[in-house]
Design a protein around this ligand. Structure first.
Ligand code: CA
Length: 443
């Protein structure tokens, strides 16, 4: 099963009987079919799997009850009827693909009228639902794999040597927390902690003064590996179900004081927000690109090299960061776009992250989340964190109407958006990953 290969489910000329599911109408055309977990907003019902289609969500528990799919597709559909998608992710790429193609056929405009009627009974408007995390991750690991991000932040801390010696040789990461991970709409209190003020000889305790976001992707692990059994790069993508958006909220003042020598701790563990929908690797096939490394840079060691990675290891995912301040919302003003970039610039690929994570024998499990690391591109305005945009707080951003930002203030909402587009193919979207900063407690 090769998720990078094109097939009928990528054909932009295929149409659905559901008008809002046709390409050009929004994030979720027929060619996308991203998976999440939902229920009707405020309902006492239990959560279950769903697929976003047009301006609707297809209730996969209800669909299983209609008995329209057979074989592998029916088995995969059954794995979506509970309140987490871990079971689906454990099944592997052949099952995921069977379900994708089964759903695609049910939604096609040539589906039989009784089929259309049965599927219609399973649709719920997107405007009427609420989400929970699409998987219950056993573990969450956050990488650090954008060289532009590493250079931008490194210059602020170690101007003479912005890249650590290991950066170009391995995808660096730290192990994060699942307990504070929330789905889009997450609201969290500004964290308290220690920081070392500039020029001071002793730290102070107080609310974070340099609160930041990080624009990242969430990479969802499918079938895991047994403890002690590494995943080679040639097989790494068969262990990835799909990709969502992720915001790795960061308390920079706390982080920079505590980080040496063991890495981020309280600076990162107070909140992480993910988008509700997982776009499958199969849906992303048209937007794959060769992965390369500038000739003058160190080339990967052999275990981080594979022909498949060179041929299609990169993905062109367009990403944006939006800030909505409390004052903007109160006065009816629109949000401010802070940056725009693409995942295509990332220094390490998603497959290399999986291989590096497991090369020592560490086992990954279905539903685990890998954060891609902040996605920053090479040009100004492509930075994925406010600390880069403001050069460590030295150059405030002017939001207009007298508002400026060096770091995030209480009431600020950050929304990440993402999509893929390419001539001859549908534009497919990731939806939104939104979170809001509440005032500190305990200060
Ligand atoms: Ca991060």
């Amino acid at each position: 099963m090769h998720a990078h290969l094109l097939n009928a489910s990528h054909d932009v000329s295929r149409r659905s009987w559901l008008a809002s599911a046709n390409p050009g109408a929004g994030d979720f055309p027929l060619q996308n079919l991203p998976f999440g977990v939902f229920r009707e907003a405020g309902s006492p019902d239990s959560f279950r799997g769903g697929v976003a289609i047009g301006d609707q969500v297809l209730n996969l528990r209800a669909l299983a009850g209609e008995g329209l799919l057979q074989g592998d597709a029916a088995a995969a559909l059954q794995a979506c009827t509970g309140d987490t998608l871990n079971g689906l992710l454990a099944l592997g790429a052949p099952a995921w693909s069977a379900l994708r193609h089964g759903l695609f056929d049910l939604l096609l405009d040539n589906a039989a009228e009784p089929v259309q009627q049965a599927v219609r009974r399973c649709l719920v408007p997107l405007s009427q639902i609420e989400h929970r995390l699409p998987t219950q991750p056993g573990d969450y690991t956050d990488f650090y794999t954008s060289i532009d991000h590493a250079l931008n932040v490194g210059r602020l801390i170690f101007p003479e040597r912005p890249l650590t010696p290991n950066f170009q040789w391995l995808p660096i990461a730290y192990h994060g927390r699942v307990s504070s991970m929330g789905v889009s709409g997450q609201r969290f209190h500004r964290p308290m902690g220690q920081s070392l003020p500039v020029g001071a000889s002793a730290p102070v305790y107080g609310p974070c003064a340099r609160l930041d976001y990080e624009l990242e992707l969430a990479i969802y692990i499918g079938p895991g590996n047994a403890l002690g059994q590494p995943i080679g790069l040639g097989q790494a993508e068969s262990h990835i179900f799909g990709i969502g958006l992720l915001n790795d909220w960061s308390a920079r003042d706390h982080q920079f004081w505590e980080m040496a020598p063991l890495g981020p701790f309280l600076g990162k563990n107070f909140a992480t927000t993910v988008s509700p929908w997982i776009v499958t690797l199969e849906a992303l096939a048209p937007y794959r690109l060769p992965w390369s490394r500038p000739a003058e840079h160190p080339q990967p060691l052999p275990y981080l090299e594979a022909a498949s990675n060179r041929e299609h290891g990169a993905i062109d995912i367009q990403l944006q960061v939006w800030l909505s301040t409390a004052a903007q919302r109160q006065t009816g003003r629109s949000a401010t776009c802070l940056s725009k970039t693409s995942f295509r610039h990332q220094y390490w690929s998603i497959g290399q992250m999986v291989t590096q994570h497991t090369v020592g024998g560490c086992n990954l499990q279905p539903g685990d989340v890998l954060g891609s690391g902040t996605v920053s591109g090479p040009a100004p305005g492509e930075a994925g964190a406010i600390i880069e945009l403001t050069e460590g707080g030295r150059k405030p951003l002017d939001l207009g109407h007298g508002e400026k930002r060096t770091f995030l203030e209480d009431g600020d909402m950050i929304s990440l958006t993402g999509w893929c587009e390419k001539p001859g193919y549908a534009r497919i979207g990731f939806g939104q990953c939104r979170g809001e900063v509440l005032p500190a407690v305990g200060s």
